[in-house]
Ligand binder design. Structure first.
Ligand SMILES: C[S@@+](CC[C@H](N)C(=O)[O-])C[C@H]1O[C@@H](n2cnc3c(N)ncnc32)[C@H](O)[C@@H]1O
Length: 326
């Protein structure tokens, strides 16, 4: 019986991977035909105006407290805003002159609900002057430019190639993990940043329910490396780039004298959220022990690329990246 169950769950993971591969292939075809619609990033569709407000304020609060900044100003790029320009509106309210919203897809949205959310934000933060049309049209909010259909990878490469740094801040929440090439993209972003400018990125390194909760949360690290990238390249599923890969790239830019940076841990496998995000060594030792034990229980099954990665790095399931350009 146990053998049959084990076989069934193994097969069900196999079926899921097959489904993701096919779906990703179809997604690639759709993208090539210019079909950009996605459910990803449609967070606000299910929120009341007040819930949206809290969601947006929490993101701004996280950027500011973890990134040690008092106020946003100047020109900003936000990657993957999803279905709402609320974060950008609050940044405009703080004095930013221009926010570019760069998204590879077009997240599903309810325009009527979005208008209510924008009105709610405008009333609370005195931002009605940003409305340029009779009712809120998010495509026409003053100083906010949507760049839909542009992968961040392409957008920042083209920007860096122009060799004229334009941004004071480049931010994102829950987006880098969806990029097909986040490491190169980070390097291009640095090329687009003015001296003294900041890149602030909240990154969720979990499997985004690809296999959880049916499987344990690190199961996705078991998928062989020649298959895994094919499950999400076109559909934006988690890229499985973990903290050590980000650190490697950031460290090399630091050594080249381009940046200073810090990476804080925002969540751990089997433990959950770490509030506020902090360096691994500063986290409660009991939580450190618990997460390392969890990794070590499973790591013998991980794909080859993770076999030699430190358990501490494999345990990190969410990070906050803070980069300052020199
Ligand atoms: C999980 S949603 C996050 C949305 C929003 N930032 C939030 O906090 O609710 C991920 C977003 O990243 C976008 N995205 C995925 N891959 C991208 C890429 N390569 N370039 C730019 N945006 C991308 C998706 O369309 C979506 O808007």
């Amino acid at each position: 019986m146990q053998q049959t169950l084990r076989e069934w769950s193994r097969r069900s993971a196999f079926l899921k991977i097959s489904f993701y591969l096919i779906e990703d292939f179809i997604r690639g075809l759709k993208l090539s035909l210019g079909k950009l619609g996605t459910e990803s990033g449609a967070a606000h569709a299910k929120f009341s105006e007040e819930e949206s407000m809290i969601y947006i304020e929490n993101i701004i609060h996280s950027y500011k407290t973890n990134g040690n900044i008092e106020k946003f100003s100047g020109t900003v790029a936000e990657l993957g805003p999803g279905d709402n320009a609320g974060v950008a509106m609050l940044m405009r309210g703080e004095g930013c002159t221009q926010i570019d919203l760069v998204d590879r897809y077009y997240s599903d949205r309810n325009t009527e609900q979005q208008s209510k959310i924008y009105q709610h934000i405008a009333d609370k933060y005195d931002l009605n002057h940003l409305k340029t049309t009779d009712s809120w049209d998010e495509q026409k909010i003053a100083g906010i430019n949507w760049k839909i259909g542009q992968a961040a990878e392409d957008y920042f490469r083209q920007c860096a190639d122009r060799n004229e740094p334009v941004y004071d801040f480049i931010v994102s929440c829950a987006v880098l993990e969806h990029l097909y090439d986040p490491l190169d993209c980070l390097q291009q972003m640095v090329g687009c940043l003015k001296s003294g400018g900041k890149i602030l990125q909240i990154v969720d390194l979990r499997d985004h329910n690809m296999f959880t909760p049916i499987k344990q949360e690190l199961f996705f690290l078991q998928i062989p490396s020649f298959i895994y990238p094919l499950t999400g390249k076109n559909s934006g599923r988690p890229n499985r780039i973990l903290i050590h890969r980000y650190r490697e790239v950031l460290e090399s830019m630091k050594q080249a004298g381009l940046i200073d940076y810090s990476i804080l841990v925002g969540s751990l496998a089997d433990v959950g959220k770490i509030e506020p995000p902090q360096k691994f060594q500063d986290i409660d030792p009991e939580k450190q022990r618990q997460t390392i034990e969890f990794v070590e229980q499973h790591r013998h099954k991980f794909a080859q690329e993770f076999k030699h990665v430190d358990s501490q790095d494999l345990a990190v399931s969410g990070i906050f990246i803070d980069i300052v350009k020199k």
